[in-house]
Design a protein around this ligand. Structure first.
Ligand code: 5GP
Ligand code: MN
Length: 336
């Protein structure tokens, strides 16, 4: 769905553009942002990428990573760029609160907001919206935005293709989730043709663990995993001490929740982690079990049907109990 198409004409002249994405950017958030960044630069716009926090080190190799400005490192620059922007792209989020500390500056900015996203229940804050909850990744939407809407396929080079490939690959669990349609594979074929070196991207993202991180995985599998067979549910609950013991930082828990889902018969998996500020939850499900509804209703969050997140300011044990107490409500979906 494209709304506010008439505003696309702004791009015919060079503009001051800021690209924003959600707090703690993941592969899709950063891949989309940098893919679009490279393309807009080729069209002679003045472009910046601004984020509200750090992001996983396994994304450090992405082409253009060095242009990303993070609010904690340079708050004044971020504020100034948002204030002066004529267009602010809002990528991989459709609720302004997901930008954390940047929310108030994006709200206050006079530039147009252009949202490109695939999450459910988008807020109505943008002058241009390109949104599709069936898209596998925002990077997929960036591709079709560039190719189908802006007619800019010929400018897609190896850097752009690499960033977009990384975004689609990470949001589809390496092309295995239900969202991985034939259209996704066509786009992937085009990205490889444009220069994305698929084997290198997989290597960079999935084979870049530290020894410490791998041992943390072993520790969690042994000590933090609980399987609840009567509800076909499995969860990891990870304390502050566990994180400290293995010096775990942003991105190190990425993918962990999928191990809980990989137990035969498990239909709902949770990763519940005691982070410094809050308890953070990641839910994954198969079939019609609505992770997003659970996160929205009980954990102040949201996301997609089969992959959602949320948070809580309660204690870890309380959050774990709350999660378990919800299961009877979903018993039918979980067990039939
Ligand atoms: P993850 O579990 O990987 O952090 O997130 C899974 C999905 O849920 C992603 O699409 C992410 O954008 C969404 N998500 C994660 N945390 C939150 C949150 O706190 N609020 C909302 N609305 N969505 C979230
Ligand atoms: Mn995404």
């Amino acid at each position: 769905m494209l709304q506010g198409e008439e505003n696309l004409k702004l791009l015919t002249e060079p503009k001051k553009i800021v690209i924003t994405t959600h707090h703690k950017p993941d592969g899709d958030a950063l891949g989309s942002s940098l893919g679009l960044y490279h393309w807009l630069k080729k069209k002679n716009h003045e472009v910046s990428v601004v984020v509200s926090s750090d992001f996983p080190t396994f994304l450090d190799w992405l082409p253009g990573r060095d242009v990303v400005i993070s609010y904690p490192e340079n708050p004044e620059k971020c504020k100034q760029l948002l204030d002066e922007a004529e267009i602010i792209f809002c990528l991989d989020y459709s609720a302004l609160s997901r930008t954390n500390i940047l929310e108030e500056y994006i709200c206050a900015a006079s530039g147009q907001k252009w949202m490109i996203d695939h999450h459910l229940d988008p807020e109505d804050f943008a002058q241009l919206t390109y949104w599709d909850s069936n898209a596998a990744a925002t990077a997929q939407l960036i591709y079709t935005f560039i190719v189908d809407i802006l007619g800019g396929k010929e400018l897609i080079d190896a850097n752009i293709a690499t960033c977009l490939y990384a975004g689609i690959m990470t949001d589809t669990g390496s092309f295995r989730f239900r969202s991985t349609t034939s259209a996704v594979h066509y786009i992937i074929a085009n990205l490889i043709e444009a220069g994305a070196r698929n084997w290198e991207i997989h290597e960079q993202i999935y084979n870049s663990s530290t020894e410490r991180r791998l041992k943390f995985l072993g520790y969690c599998l042994l000590n933090c995993l609980e399987v609840i067979p009567e509800y076909n549910t499995a969860l990891f609950s990870i304390s502050k001490d566990d994180l400290a013991q293995f010096e775990i930082s942003t991105g190190d828990t990425e993918g962990l929740v999928n191990y809980a889902l990989s137990v035969k018969g498990i239909r709902l998996a949770a990763l519940i982690v005691d982070r410094t500020e809050l308890i953070k939850l990641s839910l994954r499900s198969i079939g019609d079990i609505p992770c997003n509804e659970i996160c929205k209703k009980y954990f102040n969050g949201g996301g997609h049907l089969n992959a959602s997140g949320g948070s809580s300011s309660e204690k870890l044990a309380t959050v774990v109990n709350t999660f378990k107490s919800i299961l009877p409500e979903y018993k039918e979906l979980l067990t039939t």
